[in-house]
Write a protein that binds this ligand. Structure first.
Ligand SMILES: [Zn+2]
Length: 647
């Protein structure tokens, strides 16, 4: 009994805490929130109410603390109408993480009681989670546009929340908007015919009609997965399967639909490895080009950058990645941002397994792992190999967790899981992952819990050589997680295609400005192989081997400056800028004004800044209104050598 009791205590209290929330979420936890948002796109204003169902899980509480940032709070009241006092403080005044809203309750609440309260507040253009776009910033130039981006800790500027991945809640919403400002609105939730009671009816205006839409998300999700998009939007099925849908502005929807016609097959490829998709339908929104990421896995409403629409299919791995998050990230979630690899490493692992089922080309998967490794290696060099952010457990105390994000949780996380798969065996590992999903679905966990699970699973399954496997799993576990820099074990992703691509790159260097005999080989490369070629060129540029006459010949042969594939184009620009090429500055500046995705624009800014800081700053100043706030911050930190120039 004593032993059991001790084990229980260890199990309950061993979870890591989240240092990036100011809420008292260990004592009280939100179970459901209902939003009512009245959107005024013209004024860039949302009049909002949020009604919460808080569950007391500590022994007792007198107050509820929530995260907020740049919100205006009007009043807070209980369901019986009692108005509550509140205060706002700044736990880390300089850390860019917002404020703490302290709500004084009308009495002491004991464990297992519920506190139902409502906050009236407003959201305006200061909100970092919302982009209000003018008509001129959209593709069809017919209506304004609005979208949110809450990951990591930006949802606190959308609503007062326990803004931590540790807390999962269901949500519902009433969205009220003008017919002249949006043809439709969607959320990371199901639309419902149920009409919720309206707290604040808008006044009637003869110039437009107010429209109402109702949403319900029945699966508990963390706040970073709350999402809304509004504008001139169409929703169409991508295939006859009935599960997958596409949303975009109307002008390019047929083009996007053609490119995404295999979404149902992607979903089936993922299911083949990991088991059934449990969220019902799957919808991807292709956003305007200022969307700051390649993709964002909002449940039932993946957001994606138009840069993934390459016409060659090379950007579709982003769609597969976001789909894979439906299992890892959205069903099982990291408990804090230090454990982000619990979301991203697992998702990259599943993305590559599914890509193999779908494309059936092992070399392509290996080349993708090589490209991922190269990006991670560059991030380690940029951050410094001793930097804690290059570990799988970055310390985000006192800082905006966004600052710790890099390729490391994705690729080192993927490599760690590949290493573990090598010990466990591919089939056993697959069934272990399915069992892991079943056990922890709708929960948030840390890496220690995953370690407990994998060892317990192997023990209970009576796998061969259990003790040897256990030893090998534990031998490097903490080094993988906590040690900064390169992974402790170098994995072998080598393939003949890599050697072939390296030889092809060298043939251009040797030809020294002439056309090599094998130049046309490029046109038969896989998309991943083309990226590897451009990364190889970048390495040659770093070693001063990529001379300007070679650049001209490559561009003449392969037309890279004119390529429509953003993934290829940014690598080309990165390589030639590193080689010192100044002849395409204007084209590069225009390119940077078209792409708001940091994965694409940031490496180009970095190379441009190193070659010509003043021109990089000038380019940024020209385009800064176009960029999302998150990316503006990232680019500014790249250019920070001369930050006073930027206002
Ligand atoms: Zn991801």
């Amino acid at each position: 009994m004593i032993l059991l009791g001790l084990l229980f205590i260890k199990f309950v209290f061993s979870y890591e805490i989240d240092v990036n929330t100011f809420s008292n979420y260990l004592d009280v936890q939100n179970r459901h929130v209902h939003f009512e948002w009245l959107i005024n796109m013209e004024k860039k204003l949302i009049n909002a109410t949020a009604n919460y169902q808080f569950h007391v899980v500590g022994s007792s509480i007198y107050k509820i603390s929530l995260d907020i940032k740049d919100l205006t709070i009007y009043t807070i009241y209980m369901d019986n109408g009692v108005v509550l006092r509140y205060s706002v403080d700044y736990p880390y005044a300089d850390s860019d993480q917002g404020q703490r809203l302290n709500i004084m309750l009308n009495r002491e609440y004991k464990r297992d009681e519920f506190v139902i309260l409502t906050i009236k507040y407003s959201i305006d253009a200061r909100s970092e989670s919302i982009s209000f776009m003018d008509i001129s910033q959209t593709q069809t130039k017919s209506m304004p546009y609005l979208f949110t981006q809450c990951e990591d800790a930006y949802c606190r500027s959308l609503a007062p929340l326990q803004d931590t991945p540790a807390i999962k809640q269901t949500y519902s919403a009433t969205i009220i908007y003008k017919d002249i400002e949006a043809s439709d609105v969607f959320m990371s939730a199901d639309e419902t015919q149920e009409q919720f009671t309206i707290l604040n009816h808008p006044s009637i205006n003869p110039n437009f009609t107010w429209k109402y839409k109702y949403f319900v998300q029945k699966t508990p999700i963390p706040s970073y997965l709350f999402a809304i998009v509004a504008g001139n939007l169409l929703k169409v099925p991508t295939s006859n399967g009935g599960r997958t849908f596409l949303i975009s502005e109307p002008d390019k929807i047929n083009e996007y639909k053609e490119e995404l016609k295999d979404m149902e097959q992607f979903l089936q490829a993922i299911e083949q490895y990991i088991g059934p998709y449990t969220w019902g339908t799957y919808t991807i929104v292709i956003l305007p080009p200022s969307f700051p990421y390649g993709g964002m896995e909002n449940p039932l409403l993946t957001f994606a950058s138009p840069t993934i629409m390459t016409k060659t299919g090379s950007g579709l791995y982003v769609a597969i990645h976001e789909m894979a998050h439906s299992w890892f990230g959205n069903t099982i979630t990291c408990i804090n941002w230090a454990n982000m690899w619990i979301n991203e490493g697992f998702t990259v692992f599943l993305e590559r397994k599914a890509s193999l089922f779908y494309y059936k080309v092992l070399d392509d998967i290996k080349l993708n792992a090589i490209i991922g490794n190269a990006t991670m290696y560059q991030d380690i060099l940029d951050l410094g190999p001793d930097n804690n952010f290059t570990s799988l457990h970055p310390d985000t105390t006192g800082i905006n967790p966004q600052l710790s994000i890099s390729e490391i949780p994705y690729e080192k996380g993927f490599q760690f899981l590949t290493f573990l798969e090598g010990i466990v065996g591919a089939e056993d590992f697959k069934y272990m992952l399915r069992s892991y999903l079943n056990k922890y679905k709708y929960k948030s966990i840390d890496q220690q819990e995953f370690q407990h699970f994998i060892l317990r699973y192997l023990y209970e399954q009576h796998v061969d050589d259990y003790s040897t496997k256990r030893y090998r799993i534990l031998e490097y576990w903490d080094t993988w997680i906590y040690q900064p820099g390169l992974p402790p074990i170098i994995l072998d992703f080598s393939t003949n295609k890599l050697i072939e691509t390296q030889q092809y790159t060298t043939s251009y260097i040797i030809a020294d400005g002439r056309q090599p005999d094998n130049y046309a080989q490029y046109f038969n490369f896989y998309p991943s192989q083309k990226k590897v070629f451009l990364e190889e060129l970048f390495k040659k540029a770093q070693n001063n081997q990529l001379k300007l006459n070679i650049i001209e010949q490559i561009d003449k042969d392969l037309q890279l400056t004119n390529d429509n594939d953003y993934e290829l184009k940014f690598r080309w620009f990165k390589a030639i800028l590193t080689a010192g090429d100044r002849t395409r500055f204007n084209l590069i500046a225009n390119f940077l004004g078209e792409v708001g995705t940091c994965e694409i624009s940031c490496p180009v800014y970095k190379a441009l800044n190193e070659l010509d800081h003043d021109f990089a700053v000038q380019t940024f100043q020209t385009h800064q209104e176009f960029y999302h706030q998150i990316i503006r911050n990232s680019i500014q930190s790249i250019l920070e050598k001369n930050i006073q120039l930027i206002k």
